[in-house]
Ligand binder design. Structure first.
Ligand code: NAD
Ligand code: UDX
Length: 475
């Protein structure tokens, strides 16, 4: 069989961009992305796509209505497809067994049940969602227990490695595509079918085929390694602040060793995003279930260090502002978990903002891409009922910083590097502070303007600010 029609269940941050690129690169394949959420599908069919991702609009515009379709008719798309991607969300469980750690597979399961109920011809079912190792076995059990007579399934694991903000480039120029499948003739020929889809634009040498479990585990492992690098550099940033070493210099020196590599060594307020924490918790849970407590503790520490970094940064802000922020106006610049996305899932800005709100601060928030309603939803806390009076959202950085005591930079948007900081300084309450949680600003220049500047992993030289985050030493 050659793949002629693809269905993708789940029109989110992964399903939408991934299938748009497949449609772009495989004009002879009909790709239909389905979702149970009507509003999301309506947005995919409109001029305002549900996610902001550089380059995505162009790809969708080129293919939509030709060989790329977004639909709520899940039944029809499943029935017609040769190959079905399951690209639904796999959040951390918030109840019952594995609460707070295990991946909640209810959406994956419901997708598998739908496929079994609808399909009347053979299908290749592909796990695109990030799942625990051996999840394919559960999917196969569901499909086999409910299949229609004569219908056969092959299950493949094909995890997605795109990062938000660079998704289109990551998909088009993928370092590798990973496909795991059963070591049976049926499994191997299904792998070959999917290889042929990717071979439209990915060189064969970059398409890696493995057994199903290796593929599932490699996805969790890759995210764990990436997050581990960030937690390692963030741990060292605390040592830098206490000693006079500069974390940027350390990162360059360490990263020039090819065995370590320079990527993912940018010290920060902490990593965010929907994947790292969730996937490492999943790995921790799997390790615990396999009775490997030392392995679980090892990976848990990557998350603990990230929590420590967010807390240390927020505490440093409060301490610098004379240990009280009650009724002080503080600007949060950037609310997304990284630049070039409107996604706020697990954004460190939420942690910082909630800590400051808890201490009675009034927040002025500006982010180029995050909607006001999203920010208010993210900051909702039962014990802060008058949130609308405590949090104001602004349309630009200048109005957001006016008459505030401090700026806390939480997202590394390029535009924050280009701002007129003389103008901003002149309109702020004095002394005016900047806390650069992303290390993107020119600290010497800001100090010359008059700002009191603090950043991560560097003890700035002015005596007034020669102190460490979170320490109790006095100015
Ligand atoms: P998302 O929440 O943006 O999208 C998931 C979509 O699936 C939602 O629109 C939801 O309505 C839909 N859905 C859920 N159950 C459904 C069902 N039964 N039928 C039809 N639609 C259904 O999630 P996402 O960020 O795209 O992530 C999807 C998966 O990919 C997760 O497992 C995630 O870990 C993994 N992943 C995410 C990223 C990323 O950058 N976001 C990167 C790599 C892998
Ligand atoms: C991540 C993985 O990179 C991707 O391969 C996987 O498919 C999904 O999870 P994503 O979460 O979208 O992608 O973004 P990523 O670029 O990895 O950044 C995650 C977080 O780490 C962001 O908050 C980012 O600001 C932070 N980060 C990243 C750092 O603090 N320092 C760095 O050096 C790199």
């Amino acid at each position: 069989m050659t793949i002629k029609k693809i269905c993708c269940i789940g029109a989110g941050y992964v399903g939408g961009p991934t299938c748009s690129v497949i449609a772009l690169k495989c004009p002879e394949i009909i790709v239909t992305v389905v979702d149970k959420c009507k509003e999301r599908i309506a947005q995919w069919n409109s001029d305002r796509l549900p996610i902001y991702e550089p380059g995505l609009d162009d790809v969708v515009e080129k293919c939509r209505g030709k060989n790329l379709f977004f639909s709520t008719d899940i039944e029809r798309a499943i029935e017609e497809a040769d190959l079905i991607f399951i690209s639904v969300n796999t959040p951390t469980k918030t109840f019952g067994h594995g609460n707070g750690k295990a991946a909640d597979l209810k959406y994956v399961e419901s997708a598998a049940r739908m496929i079994a109920q609808i399909a009347t011809s053979n299908k290749i079912v592909v796990e695109k969602s990030t799942v625990p190792v051996r999840a394919a076995e559960s999917i196969m059990n569901i499909l086999n227990a409910n299949h229609k007579p004569g219908v056969e399934y092959q299950i493949l694991s094909n995890p997605e490695f795109l990062a938000e903000g660079t998704a289109i480039n990551d998909l088009i120029n993928a370092d590798r595509v990973l496909i795991g499948g059963a070591n049976t003739p049926g499994g191997q020929s299904a792998i070959e079918e999917l290889c042929q889809v990717y071979e439209h634009w990915i060189p064969r040498k970059n398409i890696l085929t493995t057994n199903t479990w290796s593929s599932e585990l490699s996805k969790l492992a890759a995210n764990a390694f990436l997050a581990q690098k960030i937690s390692s550099i963030n741990a060292l940033s605390a040592i830098c602040e206490a000693t006079g070493a500069d974390i940027s210099e350390v990162a360059v020196a360490v990263g020039m060793d090819k065995r370590i590599g320079k990527e993912f060594l940018q010290a920060s307020v902490g990593f965010g995003g929907s994947c790292f924490k969730k996937d490492i918790l999943n790995l921790v849970y799997i390790s615990e279930c396999l009775n490997l407590p030392a392995v679980a503790a090892y990976w848990q520490q990557v998350i603990d260090m990230n929590e420590y970094q967010k807390t240390r940064f927020s505490a440093g802000v409060i301490e610098s502002l004379f240990n009280t922020v009650t009724d002080k106006k503080i600007t949060i610049l950037g609310f997304a978990f990284k630049k070039n996305t409107g996604d706020t899932r697990e954004s460190p800005a939420i942690h910082v903002a909630k800590t400051l709100l808890d201490e009675g601060a009034i927040l002025h928030i500006y982010d180029p891409k995050v909607e006001e309603s999203q920010i208010i939803e993210d900051l909702s806390m039962d014990h802060v009922p008058d949130l609308k009076h405590k949090v104001k959202i602004y349309p630009d950085a200048y109005s957001a910083t006016k008459n505030t005591h401090a700026i806390v930079l939480c997202t590394e948007w390029d535009e924050f590097m280009q701002l007129d900081y003389e103008r901003i300084y002149s309109e702020m309450t004095k002394p005016a502070y900047i806390f650069d949680g992303r290390k993107i600003l020119q600290h010497d220049r800001l100090q010359k303007i008059g700002f009191i500047v603090q950043t991560i992993g560097k003890k700035l030289t002015r005596s007034a600010i020669s102190r460490s985050w979170g320490s109790q030493s006095q100015i």
